[in-house]
Design a protein around this ligand. Sequence first.
Ligand code: 16G
Ligand code: ZN
Length: 575
Amino acid sequence: AFVAASDAYPIPTSPDGAPIRFSYGTAGFRTRGDVLASTVFRCGAVAAVRSAVTGRATGIVVTASHNPERDNGVKLVDCDGGMLPVAWERHAEALANAPGWDAMRAAIATMRTPAEAHLPKHAHPPAHAADPPPPHVFLARDTRPTGPALAAAAKAGAEAIGASVTDLGLMTTPQLHYVVYASHRGWPSAEADYFARLARGFRRMVAGGTNDDDERRSIVVDCANGVGAAKLAALAEAIGQSSSDGCVLSMDLRNVAGESGSLNNSVGADYVQKEKRAPAHGSFETLGPSQRCVSVDGDADRLVYFRKKPDGSNENSVELFDGDKIAALVATRVADLLRRCAPLNAFDHPPLRVGVVQTAYANGASTAYITNVLGVECACANTGVKFLHPEAEKFDVGVYFEANGHGTAVFSDATIERIDAAIERVDAGADGGGRSSIEQCTDAVAALRELKAMTEAINPAVGDALSGILVVEAVLLAKGWGLTEWGNMYADLPSRQVKVTVLDRSVISVTNAERVAVTPAGMQAAIDQAVGRHGAHARAFARPSGTEDIVRVYAEAATEAGAAELAREVCGIVY
Ligand code: 16G
Ligand code: ZN
């Protein structure tokens, strides 16, 4: 049925008549929306086959994240709510490019071979292994104009394989991840359950806190004219923004209109982070430097905070609180809370391992802060959530953020069980010494409850701008911090990120979390020499992008001029 139905979705050809080749990049297929129907149709089939193989529901999101509005893309979500196994990216690619019926049959047959199952680590076994449930796929899309037609193609592809499809319509990427994650665990997985969980976690994190200061309470949110706008409005409702008493956070949503062509257009987290400028729309130029602002991207899986530079040298240049700063803030709070929990003796045997996972793009000052000041382990992974998330899972509590603002905190199942057990002991007054000793531990108990609340406010499946905003706001409120105090954690080293266009970026291969070039011969030695000339704190690397046909160069140094100069030199070497 599938191969027959595929005739309605022919592979498009380029102007020279050759079929367009589609590749699965860092986070799925992504290109111009008007050529994607065949790929999305076939991805529907991949999601369905993946569901059949795992015996669990999978997910598919039609989105191109922070890309321009004319682009679209497709991300596949594995049955545990995480990313598709890397081996299956190759299967998806083989099916997307299969030239005819036989090639399609062969690609699907390969996916179905038991050796290719790659079951996720935490996969709960199918309920009826002998009589597997029919495949089931959750489907969502962002607000792009090509979205409805492509979502229909995804649905057709999955249904042609025999899957039932739950079309959730407009959703952020992390919401869809959460739906699949929750359904895998047998939790309520409707959209309302997602909002309720986040809001409950947030309210409990800030329990007892008050915020009478209007300025401290309000944040201005740049929604990138994307799907995050409507969802943030729903979230604001869920946390009780409109209730007059007890409101601790009020969100002023900007760039919500979604007029044609406005998505990610000089707005959104990617723009703000890369340009270090306020969004060009949404009247940000009228805000003062004390106003806390946050930008999300087109599918609301990234967030970066910012404020106007107090010196006002350039009216739109901002002080950025990027993913590194968010990770440092969250890790600091986790470490604080665990320290305060110590009198409860809940996490000593064995001690909880807390870690932060970064990429090569993390500012050197953030790595130094986490390691030397916070005394928390710091690991470095390849770019892309599919590499960071598994690294974070190696810790009991793993905080990961890319500098671009994608990230979350992952509490292992065992850690959550230990937190729950400790809360049960506290509630039962059965903490060894009995009730009186527990009452002496008021602060420890408050810390324990806040830790539990944080596990609810955070999206456990993947980085999520909505839950990220709630966690950051709750931590700032609890610490009584504004952006100044947050910024004082550490000062970023000056850095530059530059794109270099080359004939064939695939000649560059990298190792050691992308910080060292293996090929072409001599390139790394030349980079090392350049770095050596710039003294202490200098660092640079070049890696081929996984999402664009370019090479990315990153450089940092003790001074702005040094970083700019080093970036220029490395670009010269790459070129
Ligand atoms: C994708 C990744 C993001 C990564 C970026 C790097 C996910 C969900 N998204 O947007 O994590 O930072 O690609 O792109 O994995 P690059 O390979 O072009 O530098
Ligand atoms: Zn995104």
